[in-house]
Design a protein around this ligand. Sequence first.
Ligand code: SAH
Length: 278
Amino acid sequence: MQKGGSDSDGREFKSAEEMWREQVGEDQSKKTEWYREGVGYWEGVEASTDGVLGGFGHVSDADVRDSEAFLNGLLSELLPNAANSQRHLVALDCGSGIGRVTKNLLIRYFNEVDLLEPVSHFLETARESLAPENQMVSDMHKATNFFCVPLQEFTPEAGRYDIIWVQWCIGHLTDDDFVSFFTRAKVGLKPGGLFVLKENIARNGFVLDKEDRSITRSDLYFKELFRQCGLHLYKIKDQKGWPQELFAVKIYALTTELPKKVHRTRSKVQANRPAIIK
Ligand code: SAH
């Protein structure tokens, strides 16, 4: 990415390359440090909705509402059998934190949800609140696996997921690990499955957060990375009703194959509409 950016102290970078060179460099030890500090930041955060949303727990309802509308659209368009429950649906909630997205949304639509979260006290809170005795789950809708690993070290089981949901955690990954994660994770999707990425969006370039070791990317930056991953944008939506002081948020649905367009042959088109007899 040629575009410049800044950090949380207002310092400017000429390009993302310059920022990454400084933050993670070429040698593995600096990169390990980047990830250790990222997870270290979250290890010090309370396992609550307010905690995982950086003190903005009250936006959770609006977030879930727009995500639900987006998910409904996807399920009816792409997985039409889902609506009449002919298909056993499985989702992966990446960077799940305390399981907020699973509890409020995914578990109601998917028969199984797996959670991935590198911070163990978050994952344990998710496990407790999704336990059968807490009545969040039934035989038909349950949280199955709890993976305590970071995204950059994870490869999903082949062909398991209808949707891999990635919300508010991809900013922790460097560009290289972003591209290699999505490229690897494609094998985890069922045919016709897709990725949903919900993220904060920078107005231009990127903003580096030095406190939690993450970056907020612009829409253009994301699209360039999707291209590098070989992913196609199926659908995109802006989060509505969002506080002014927060970054704007977008939801992307990404497919591994080019979305199919309905191509009609000329003769069919002619045959199916009124026409003048010549
Ligand atoms: N997606 C959840 C949590 C958001 S908070 C929600 O919307 O409620 C950000 C989460 O990203 C934290 O739980 C944090 O531990 C996780 N995270 C940090 N680094 C990560 C990494 N390298 N891989 C995956 N998740 C990471």
